[in-house]
Ligand binder design. Structure first.
Ligand code: ZN
Ligand code: ZN
Ligand code: FE
Length: 750
């Protein structure tokens, strides 16, 4: 019998062992790189009962995908045993993500009579590190970073005892034989103390920044209710506006600071333990600097025993942000962390259990009653997305920002954990190391390689450097749309609404406000937002006021600067003059149909956000200010010329906003009207496409749809208009979901 799925490292063999005894069967069970193999001998009834209970009673973390049975001649086994693992080349199996601490281990952790009382690395077959410690398959201790710790007698006994819940728990350890903590100060001096956890808590209470080594990398921690500490962390990390995640000791504490509905509570408590975006109470005592100008807070519960000790014993709310400088990947090795984070952290809480693969915290939220991924990493990857069909072995190299890659095999798409922004060599290295690991773990040698059309992206350059493979360039928004189609199991043509910041178009311009008629094989650009110039190119992304000027130029031509508008007042005169020259002469002013840039422009135009220090900030602040309960919108028009795509003309929208500004309307009303307008023209274009093409399925993808004020409204209205609407859930709607779409498109184009 061969069982496939997530069946290793989840207490599956002890379960089979126990079950075989219950049914008085003899034979054996073993782990192979194909899955779990069982030979069981007994009466037909007993064997059938055994198979049935494998399906119905398997351990909580096991995920059975298939059971293949075969009848063999009697072998005359005298007992049921667990055989040692078997390795077979080219075969592979699914690997469990890391799992948060289970209730049994949590109980022991705080039980003063237990031998693992307050041991920060307690784990069992139902919980603990998995993916982050695995170097190769099959999943056995010698192939993990735990191999350097020799189990003590007592641990070994548990490990060997099929009736014990630590039977073959590969990271099994105790204070006598396993990993331990070490607190290190500046200049790498070891701080001698009896209890590094208590010492760390003291330091955090004093307002220090401590780098804490976790499952998949380092966190930078500080007291989230101490303005001065949070501000120092931001200063040193050079991250000024982007919200920071916090960790709280338990669900009741979360409820003191945030609105939590039933589904959000379930998600917070799930064994995946993602950061969940929650509406924060205005009365919360968490520092305003944690998520400035944002009504949401990213909160998570402790997921390792070490977190549980620190959080429960300190009763603090901690900022727990990834241990990196902005843009760089998360630090994961002790020396590397002390090197790279030395200027940020005052202290380091280290341990000596190696991390084999970097693994950021996942970020999720509940929207439209469903769990929606924003960053997919810990607890989720490397679990695959199921495809409705078989694919050839494809590697999709992903986009530049929020990169993930995707490898396919059979009906599985292995979308990697979040890799990061591929703008520096460190992130490229992280990409290459993780890719090598996935290829090894899942035994995939890609024959087709997909890349984004943007010639300057590091991921594109990497793809093009590969030899002996079929290369396929994929348009960014086509990839967004197909990624969303695939996770929703859609095979026929759709209206793909793909709104984001930047994606390289087939005409060499920057797209981002796109309506595609698409399937897996190709697309037609049905409509898009009117092109506007981006004065200064990339600089217009960092400085949204430049985008606002681009829109004004588009509306008024060369006189665009002669207005007495608030947002122009603070601008440097020389820069303003330069921008005018750039626009009037078309110098360094690429044109874009981006919807993200449209949000940026409006945010700057109304004086809300003129410079950003993280991606999407201007648009997020515009969303946060929007007032509920407003129904009006602005005028827009749809322009159709013969063979070219339909154009959504945004000029009347900008005109309307300028009028409202003159009439002194508040930003919150203008923002609401703006959001309503976007929803209105999306519906108008979809209506028209439905009429012309007879397509009723609308797929929503692209980072703009992280905006809940927009997407909730839009989804509702499209449904009221009898469209079938498909937002993204399993993979992020932002560029983290691109690689999945790329892989499928590439598969069908060769
Ligand atoms: Zn456990
Ligand atoms: Zn031990
Ligand atoms: Fe995108």
């Amino acid at each position: 019998m061969l069982i496939k799925g997530i069946v290793q490292g989840v207490g599956f063999r002890p379960f089979i062992y126990q079950l075989a005894h219950d049914f008085s069967l003899n034979g054996w069970v073993l782990n192979s790189s194909r899955g779990v193999i069982i030979e069981a001998e007994g009466t037909t009834d007993d064997v059938n009962g055994f198979i049935k209970e494998i399906e119905t009673k398997s351990p909580p973390l096991a995920l059975i995908e298939s059971i293949e049975c075969e009848i063999l001649p009697p072998a005359g086994y005298e007992s049921f045993i667990i055989k040692s693992s078997l390795q077979e080349d080219k075969k592979f199996l699914l690997i469990s993500p890391d799992i948060s601490i289970c209730d049994d281990c949590l109980r022991e952790l705080f039980d003063s009579k237990d031998r693992r009382y307050r041991y920060p690395f307690i784990n069992c077959t139902n919980c603990g590190p998995r993916f982050t410690i695995i170097e190769d398959i099959p999943y056995d201790r010698e192939k993990t970073t735990m191999k350097k710790f020799k189990m003590c007698e007592r641990c070994q006994k548990e490990y060997d005892d099929p009736a014990n819940r630590r039977f073959h728990a590969q990271p099994n350890a105790c204070a006598d034989c396993g990993p331990s903590l070490e607190l290190v100060g500046s200049e790498r001096a070891i701080i001698k103390c009896k209890d590094p956890v208590m010492e760390t808590i003291e330091l955090l209470k004093e307002g220090h920044i401590v780098a804490i080594k976790g499952l998949g990398g380092f966190h930078l921690a500080c007291d989230a209710q101490n303005d001065e500490a949070v501000s120092r962390l931001r200063e040193r990390k050079r991250r000024f506006g982007k919200p920071l995640a916090v960790m709280m000791s338990d669900i009741d504490t979360v409820k003191k600071h945030c609105f939590v509905n039933e589904k959000e509570e379930k998600l917070l408590l799930s064994y995946r333990r993602p950061i969940v975006l929650l509406k924060m109470f205005p009365s919360s005592t968490i520092s305003d600097l944690v998520a400035p100008n944002n009504t949401y807070l990213g909160a998570m519960l402790p997921y390792t025993p070490l977190h549980c000790l620190i959080l429960k014993e300190s009763n603090m709310v901690l900022v727990m942000t990834s241990g990196n400088l902005s843009e760089e990947p998360i630090a994961f090795e002790n020396d590397e962390a002390m090197e790279r984070l030395g200027d940020i952290a005052d202290y380091f809480l280290l341990h000596d259990r190696g991390i084999y693969s970097r693994y950021d915290d996942s970020v999720a939220r509940v929207s439209d009653g469903k769990e929606v991924m924003i960053r997919r990493a810990r607890g989720y990857a490397p679990f695959p997305i199921h495809l409705p069909f078989e694919l050839k072995p494809v590697l999709a190299c992903g986009p530049e920002l929020k990169n993930t890659f995707c490898l396919t095999k059979g009906k599985y798409a292995f979308v990697s954990q979040h890799i990061g922004d591929m703008e520096n060599m460190e992130t490229l290295e992280h990409f290459e190391e993780t890719l090598a690991l996935y290829k090894r773990l899942f035994r995939i040698e890609p024959e087709i390689v997909a890349y984004d059309l943007h010639p300057e992206h590091l991921s594109t350059k990497f793809a093009k450097s590969l030899k002996g493979v079929e290369l396929v360039g994929v348009q960014h928004h086509h990839a967004h749309t197909v990624g969303c189609m695939v996770e929703n199991g859609i095979e026929d043509k759709v209206i793909g609404v793909s709104f984001d910041g930047t994606g390289y178009g087939t005409d060499g311009t920057i797209w981002g406000g796109e309506f595609l008629i698409a399937d897996w094989k190709g697309f037609e650009r049905y409509a898009h937002l009117r092109y506007v110039p981006m004065p200064g190119g990339e600089m217009a992304i960092k400085k949204p006021y430049r985008m606002a000027l681009g829109y004004l130029y588009n509306l008024f031509g060369s006189n665009f600067g002669d207005f007495n508008m608030g947002f122009l007042k603070g601008l440097d005169e020389i820069e303003l003059r330069n921008i005018k020259v750039q626009l009037n002469k078309g110098l360094n002013s690429p044109t874009t149909s981006s919807c993200g840039r449209f949000f940026d422009a409006v945010s700057a135009l109304i004086g809300l956000c003129d410079v950003v220090d993280y991606e999407g900030q201007a648009a997020i602040e515009l969303e946060m200010t929007a007032k509920e309960g407003i129904d009006e919108g602005y005028d827009y028009s749809l322009e159709k010329s013969q063979s070219s795509p339909l154009i959504v003309d945004t000029k009347p929208i900008i005109e309307g906003i300028i009028d409202d500004l003159k009439n002194g309307l508040s930003n919150s009303v203008i923002s609401a009207k703006f959001h309503n307008t976007i929803a209105a023209f999306v519906i108008a274009v979809c209506d028209r496409a439905r009429e012309e093409k007879g397509i009723n399925k609308v797929v929503l993808s692209g980072g703009v749809f992280e905006n809940l004020f927009l997407s909730n409204k839009l989804i509702q209205k499209l449904r009221n208009d009898d469209f079938e609407v498909y937002p993204q859930k399993k993979v992020p709607c932002n560029d983290g979901g691109i690689s999945l779409g790329q892989a499928v498109i590439a598969n069908f184009s060769v």
